[in-house]
Design a protein around this ligand. Structure first.
Ligand code: ADE
Ligand code: ZN
Length: 318
């Protein structure tokens, strides 16, 4: 099916690495990735914890700015093939140099060059510097410092992914304050595994966007609040179904949230892990909920409104 150009706000850079790409880097480094792939060569994992372990094992072969430059080139090419004209990528200094600012600047310089070249070729992108919740508060602070010190240009946001069951989002308040003071947009994974209270904690951090946020559907008062405050949800339905947050597409709440007036957007999260692409997400939404041009135009307008970019870019995206 042919839809308009797409905006993707929630895409983890390492999570977008095709298995063949990781295998080829691993072969160059003679790295052992036993258990990371199944017999068909797909990522192999069981459940969310297994997914996080598989993700981190695959990511462990990416060890230099050059590796990340190659990865970003490949990922942006794939975005363009999917009709995506603007993508925001979660990038973590914890994976790029262990949170060290000097190392991070080198990784960033390599990725910046790729992003600039891709922009000239029609695929615009920004980076959301991301801390990993289960790596803890102290490591998150290092990511926030890297984000604040390199804010501007390609780096326009700060966020948090990882295991939502670990602590409270508000435990990471120092990091989010640091990023906000540096002028970065804020988003946090919440309401993917946690309930409405987890989303409220992320909102307390000053986030204008929530990663996933689908469990807001359980709380009408929270839904009213999200609508009143123009909070945008970065919804990744294929990810939710693949990880078992919902058993199937018909039970996914994205259409109900949209009908309630919540600003929902659509992204792939970690596409090869979930056997999805942006086209696949759109096709399933069309098939499951009867969405067509009107709905897809609306979610892309909401995505443009919520994008962590300058007004000129935003107007172009609308
Ligand atoms: N990191 C990559 N994908 C994630 C997800 N779906 N939830 C939390 N952290 C993640
Ligand atoms: Zn995510």
């Amino acid at each position: 099916m042919l839809y308009m150009k797409k905006i993707e706000l929630h895409l983890h850079l390492e999570g977008a690495a095709p298995p063949a790409f990781i295998r080829s880097i691993a072969a160059e480094k003679r790295a052992d990735l036993t258990g990371v792939f199944d017999a068909q060569g797909h990522y192999a994992y069981d459940g969310f914890e297994g997914f996080l372990r598989c993700y981190e094992a695959a990511t462990s072969v990416l060890q230099s700015p050059q590796d990340y430059a190659r990865l970003l080139t490949e990922v942006l090419e794939r975005c363009a093939e999917e009709g995506v004209i603007y993508a925001e990528l979660f990038v973590s200094p914890e994976f790029c140099g262990g949170g060290d600012l000097v190392a991070w600047r080198e990784y960033l310089a390599a990725m910046d060059e790729v992003a600039l070249k891709a922009r000239a070729e029609g695929i615009d992108s920004r980076a959301i510097i991301t801390c990993v919740r289960h790596f803890g508060v102290e490591r998150a602070k290092k990511s926030a410092i890297c984000a604040a010190e390199t804010a501007g240009g390609w780096i326009t946001g700060f966020g948090m992914g990882g295991a939502e069951s670990v602590g409270k989002a508000t435990d990471y308040g120092w990091s989010f304050d640091c990023a906000r003071e540096a002028g970065l947009g804020l988003t946090c994974h919440a309401g993917e595994w946690g309930g409405p209270e987890s989303i409220c904690e992320a909102l307390e951090l000053g986030c204008t966007r929530i990663g996933h946020g689908v469990h807001a559907i359980q709380d009408p008062a929270l839904i009213r609040d999200l609508v009143a405050r123009d909070i945008t949800l970065e919804v990744c339905p294929g990810s939710n179904v693949a990880l078992g947050v919902y058993p199937d597409w018909p039970s996914h709440p994205i259409a109900r949230l949209a009908d309630a007036g919540v600003r929902v957007t659509v992204s792939t999260d970690d596409p090869p892990f979930f056997h999805t692409t942006m086209r696949h997400e759109y096709d399933r939404l069309a098939e499951t909920f009867g969405w067509g041009d009107t709905e897809f135009r609306q979610i892309n307008r909401w995505a443009a409104d919520a994008a962590f970019c300058d007004e000129v870019t935003r107007d172009r995206l609308r």
